[in-house]
Design a protein. Structure first.
Length: 271
């Protein structure tokens, strides 16, 4: 008798059910095959191929330089590793703003060339037409409100967003709009916890927070930050679950020392 291992696949429908039964959604970024395989096997619900790849994989200061081809390379690598999680891919800067036909073309390339399940776009009313056109092709879309790193040069700083009433009101309106046009969820970045809780209670779609407090429907972190690979990035919202930078440093130093002292390779490590 063969044993059939049931793999429960996360879909946008499953995420909606999780919100409605009050089960929190866990989301992390991944950008390559090996890490995506580990993260998926550990049981993560959503893997985001974030344009934060521009920072943590390519070393750029902002998310603006990463290209559609770069994102497709990362996303295809991730999808090859994943059995269970929903894979969401960030649409990079310049591929969807201001031209909904271009937006649809970019989203179609991502879906066709990577096998991912959904795309994510930053912004509210200003990207409504692009989101609607992408949705009309049957491509699930996740929104992203609050701190939107692709607009960093407009705001000039990465400080907490929507502290003032007028901006908070606009954010709530944008969340309702994204829900009405058909987004399946929204990432809400770096806004006051009280406002985030309010948004999550007003809309039916899952709100995934990063620096948005505990009152939302799930949390997302950049994997390099939560594993302690990045050292210099230390916002208040970040919890480091490991100090991988120190572990890697120790392992590499041991290797160097073993090579130089002829400790490696030993008799069993040769042919
Ligand atoms: O690009 C990214 O990693 C993101 C997360 C910070 C939500 O958008």
């Amino acid at each position: 008798m063969s044993v059939h291992k049931e793999i429960k696949i996360v879909t946008t429908h499953v995420l909606s059910e999780m919100k409605h039964r009050g089960e929190k959604i866990a989301m992390l970024t991944a950008y390559d095959f090996s890490i995506a395989k580990l993260v998926d096997a550990a049981g993560i619900d959503i893997i985001l191929v974030g344009d934060s790849a521009s920072n943590v994989m390519a070393g750029f200061e902002t998310t603006l330089p990463i290209t559609l081809d770069n994102m497709i390379y990362h996303a295809a690598s991730v999808v090859r590793a994943v059995n269970r999680a929903l894979v969401v891919v960030d649409m990079p800067f310049g591929t969807y703003q201001g031209n909904s036909i271009e937006a649809l073309k970019s989203a179609i390339r991502i879906m066709k060339e990577t096998g991912a399940h959904a795309v994510k776009l930053e912004g509210g009313i200003e990207v409504k037409e692009s989101i609607e056109r992408i949705l009309s092709a049957g491509i699930p879309v996740m929104g992203h409100l609050g701190l939107t790193p692709q607009s960093i040069h407009k705001f000039g700083t990465y400080v907490v967003r929507a502290r003032k009433e007028e901006e908070a009101k606009r954010l709530i309106q944008d969340a309702h709009l994204l829900q009405e046009i058909g987004c399946f969820g929204i990432v809400l970045e770096k806004v006051p916890a009280k406002l985030a809780t309010e948004v999550a209670s007003q809309v039916k779609i899952p709100i995934i927070g990063i620096g948005a407090g505990p009152g939302v429907d799930g949390q997302v972190l950049v994997i390099h930050d939560m594993l302690g690979i990045t050292q210099e990035f230390s916002p208040r919202f970040l919890r480091r679950y490991h100090n991988l930078a120190a572990e890697i440093n120790g392992a590499v130093q041991n290797y160097i020392s073993d090579v130089k002292s002829l400790e490696f390779p030993n008799e069993k490590e040769q042919y």
